[in-house]
Design a binder for this molecule. Structure first.
Ligand SMILES: Nc1ncnc2c1ncn2[C@@H]1O[C@H](COP(=O)(O)OP(=O)(O)O)[C@@H](O)[C@H]1O
Ligand SMILES: [Mg+2]
Length: 298
């Protein structure tokens, strides 16, 4: 790895999200091992890694649903505290309430943040805002339907509208397209890129699908439990997951044709080896941390 001189304090000041020295244990099981990671405004940052490596755990820490065992997380240079409107979330399933209409589900994003009295007072405004976002996700004519009346792709559009209505600083997504068939999945990927462009958002997108991560991301961060804690003959598998690779990707407008491009396919092979191969254990100083904002504190 090329040695870079990155000052974590400068990254923390300039970037939207900053994670430093984060360890997460469940009992005595180490899941996240010293995560250092800083994300600029407007980045569409994808986090990819094998199942069970700790991607959802990392996302819950950034959401503020759980806390790191040690280490710190900042948004806009301030400690994140508990879950609030600065972070919106879309899950693979269960983001929507089955007994509420599409419009009510989207409005809920705002209602959850205000008390009953305030809700009554601002009901009209909330509805207007919900309609605006439903229109943006192309579902204006479906507002009175219930989630089960919509296709899987449409349900995820509603979930995205629900998360965006608070205008969060970061839209967080945990395998949001994982339950969709391949055709719908690809159209939702293109849709997300459009929404990201239009709203100039910062997105933190977790997936175990490498093709999806490379297609969507302006940056891909590879989290993996497959790395070595020792060098040479002392090589042995490390505890918990680390960021083993971090690449800057093209920010140009994309068409799905890029998925067949030679460089794209080669990078998939390379990351599969770096992050997904239990036999391929790189030592910490060999990690491909190529993104200009990547850093490691020792
Ligand atoms: N609440 C919890 N209590 C104990 N272990 C957990 C808990 N949540 C996750 N884990 C463990 O942490 C590891 C990472 O889980 P997770 O973050 O869900 O991985 P991923 O999202 O990458 O598939 C797994 O081994 C999982 O069993
Ligand atoms: Mg997960």
């Amino acid at each position: 790895m090329e040695k870079k001189l990155v000052n974590p304090d400068q990254l923390k000041q300039k970037n939207l999200l900053h994670i430093q020295d984060v360890y997460k244990y469940y009992g005595d099981k180490l899941v996240l091992n010293d995560i250092d990671f800083s994300v600029a405004h407007r980045e569409l940052c994808t986090v990819v890694g094998p199942s069970g490596c700790g991607k959802s755990t990392l996302l819950r820490l950034v959401l503020g649903q759980e806390h790191p065992t040690t280490g710190q997380i900042f948004i806009d240079n301030k400690p994140i505290g508990v879950t609030d409107k600065t972070r919106g979330i879309v899950y693979q399933k269960y983001s929507l309430y089955p007994h509420l209409t599409v419009l009510e589900n989207v409005a809920l994003g705002l209602c959850l943040n205000c008390g009953f009295i305030e809700e009554v007072r601002t009901r009209h405004k909330i509805k207007k805002e919900a309609r605006y976002f439903l229109d943006r996700v192309g579902l204006a004519s479906h507002e009175a339907k219930y989630p089960h009346e919509l296709s899987g792709g449409m349900q995820q559009r509603v979930a995205i509208a629900q998360a965006m209505i608070t205008r969060p600083k970061i839209l967080m997504m945990d395998e949001p397209f994982g339950a969709l068939d391949p055709g719908t999945r690809e159209s939702m990927q293109l849709f997300l890129l459009e929404v990201w462009e239009e709203f100039k958002m910062t997105v933190f997108f977790v997936t175990h699908d490498l093709e999806e991560a490379l297609f969507l991301g302006t940056r891909v961060v590879v989290l993996s439990q497959y790395y070595s804690e020792g060098e040479g003959k002392d090589r042995k598998k490390g505890q918990g997951a680390k960021i083993v690779a971090d690449y800057n990707l093209d920010k140009e407008a994309k068409s799905s044709a890029i998925k067949k491009n030679k460089d794209f396919v080669n990078l998939i092979y390379q990351i599969r080896r770096e992050g997904f191969d239990p036999e391929h254990l790189q030592y910490i100083s060999e990690f491909n941390l190529k993104h200009p904002d990547s850093f490691q504190t020792i």
